[in-house]
Write a protein that binds this ligand. Structure first.
Ligand SMILES: *[C@@H]1O[C@H](CO)[C@@H](O)[C@H](O)[C@H]1NC(C)=O
Ligand SMILES: *[C@@H]1O[C@H](CO)[C@@H](O)[C@H](O)[C@H]1NC(C)=O
Ligand SMILES: *[C@@H]1O[C@H](CO)[C@@H](O)[C@H](O)[C@H]1NC(C)=O
Length: 337
C-alpha cells in the first residue's frame, strides 16, 4: 500500500470445493488481503485455516510464493495473485518470460487453487503496464487458463479527485490508463483500486468530518450536482468512475483491492475503535450491495487491508492495519462472514 493522498472457472476440483461454500457467499462476501511483510507471521497453512474459520472466501496475495499457494490448494478460498513490480519490464518486453511466469506460478496450482485475478503491478503506472498485462493474459490463454488479468492502482492515478463528478486521471497516468482500460473493457475485467479514506483524512483532518471518513453517518455531507455523498469511500470510488467515463471506459467495474484503517501508529484518528468502526461499516455496505451514488445497488467486490499487523512495513500506521496480531489474536472484531 502506498500512501496515496486524495486531494489532490478454474477446474473441476476447485469448482467442487468452491461450491460447498455456496456461490452466494463467494459472490458477496468481503475479501481480506494476506500481506506477508512480517517477521513473526504464522505459517501459511494456519493462515488458510484462520480464513476458513471466519468464512472468508476471497483473499489477495501480493506475489507468488510456492508455500503460500500450496496452502491454498483445495481450500476453496479464491486467490487474487500479484506479480512483483520488478518483473514488469520483462513481462512487457519478453513473451517467453510471461510464459515462464505462468508455467512456474500458475500451472502447478491451476487444478487446485481458485485464482480470481492475476494483478500485474501494484500501485505503479509505468509505460510497460499495458504490454505486461496483455502478455500475461496471452500466456494464460495459451495454456487454456481463463484467469482475468488486471492491475492494482492507487488513487494517485487521479489528477482531480474532487468533487467526485470531476474525477480525472493525471496527465502522467492518463494515456497509460486509457489504453489499459480499453484492454480491460475488451475482456470485461474490472480495474482494481486501493481506496484509503484514512490517508485523505489524516493528511488534512480539518477539512473532513471524521464520521464521513469512517462511513459512520447517514447524513449527506457532500453535494455534487444531483448526487449526495455520506462518506468518503463512495466519493473516492466515484471519482475513479468519473475518470474512467472521461476516457470512454464507463463499462468497466471497479473492485476495491485494498481498504482499511490503522489501529495505531499515527497521531491522527489511528485508534482500535475507529478501525473497528470503519472496517465493519465497509463490510456491511459491501454485503448490502448499496453501491455508490454513481452506481447505486451495485456490488463492489472489496478486500480489507489487511489480515495481520506487519512489522516489516514502514514504521507508524503502515504497521497497524491488521485485523489480527501476528499471534492470531484479533486486534478488533470485524464481521467477515
Ligand atoms: C460460517 O458459515 C457456517 C455455515 O454457514 C456457519 O454455521 C458459521 O456460523 C459461520 N462462521 C462464522 C464465523 O461466521
Ligand atoms: C459513530 O457513530 C456512533 C453512532 O452514531 C457514535 O456513537 C460514535 O461516536 C461514532 N463514532 C465516531 C468515532 O465518531
Ligand atoms: C497477542 O499479541 C498481542 C499484541 O502483542 C498481545 O497483546 C496479546 O496478549 C497476545 N495474545 C496471546 C494469546 O499471546
Amino acid at each position: 500500500m502506498a500512501i496515496s493522498l486524495l486531494p489532490l472457472l478454474v477446474c473441476a476440483l476447485s469448482f467442487l470445493i468452491g461450491s460447498s461454500f455456496g456461490s452466494l457467499a463467494a459472490g458477496r462476501g468481503i475479501g481480506v488481503n494476506y500481506g506477508r511483510l512480517g517477521s513473526n507471521l504464522p505459517p501459511p497453512d494456519r493462515v488458510v485455516s484462520l480464513l476458513k474459520s471466519r468464512n472468508v472466501t476471497r483473499t489477495r496475495v501480493f506475489n507468488p510464493d510456492q508455500d503460500v499457494l500450496r496452502a491454498f490448494e483445495g481450500s476453496g478460498v479464491e486467490v487474487t495473485l500479484g506479480t512483483l513490480n520488478g518483473d514488469l519490464p520483462a513481462l512487457a518486453s519478453d513473451k517467453s518470460f510471461a510464459a515462464e511466469w505462468v508455467n512456474d506460478n500458475i500451472v502447478p496450482f491451476a487444478d487446485s487453487v481458485a485464482f480470481r485475478y492475476i494483478t500485474v503491478g501494484n500501485e505503479v503506472i509505468p509505460s510497460e503496464l499495458g504490454p505486461a498485462v496483455q502478455n500475461l493474459e496471452e500466456a494464460l490463454r495459451s495454456v487454456n487458463l481463463q484467469i482475468p488479468v488486471t492491475t492494482v492502482v492507487a488513487t494517485n492515478v487521479l489528477g482531480v479527485s474532487f468533487p467526485p463528478s470531476q474525477g480525472a486521471f493525471s496527465e502522467a497516468a492518463g494515456p497509460i490508463m486509457t489504453s489499459l482500460l480499453a484492454f480491460l473493457a475488451s475482456k470485461n475485467t474490472p480495474l482494481l483500486v486501493n481506496v484509503y479514506p484514512y490517508f485523505a483524512y489524516a493528511a488534512d483532518p480539518k477539512s473532513f468530518i471524521l464520521d464521513y471518513a469512517l462511513l459512520n453517518t447517514t447524513k449527506v455531507i457532500v453535494h455534487d450536482g444531483a448526487l449526495g455523498y455520506t462518506n468518503l469511500f463512495d466519493a473516492i470510488v466515484d471519482a475513479v468512475y468519473s475518470a474512467m467515463e472521461k476516457v470512454s471506459a464507463s463499462s468497466i467495474d471497479i473492485a476495491v483491492s485494498e481498504t482499511g484503517w490503522p489501529s495505531g501508529g499515527g497521531p491522527v484518528a489511528a485508534t482500535i475503535e475507529n478501525a473497528r468502526i470503519y472496517n465493519n461499516n465497509v463490510a456491511e455496505r459491501v454485503k448490502a450491495d448499496v453501491g455508490t451514488p454513481k452506481r447505486p445497488g451495485k456490488f463492489i467486490e472489496t478486500y480489507l487491508f489487511a489480515l495481520f499487523n506487519e512489522n516489516r512495513k514502514p514504521e507508524g500506521t503502515e504497521q497497524n492495519f491488521g485485523l489480527y496480531y501476528p499471534n492470531m489474536t484479533e486486534v478488533y472484531r470485524v464481521d467477515l462472514s
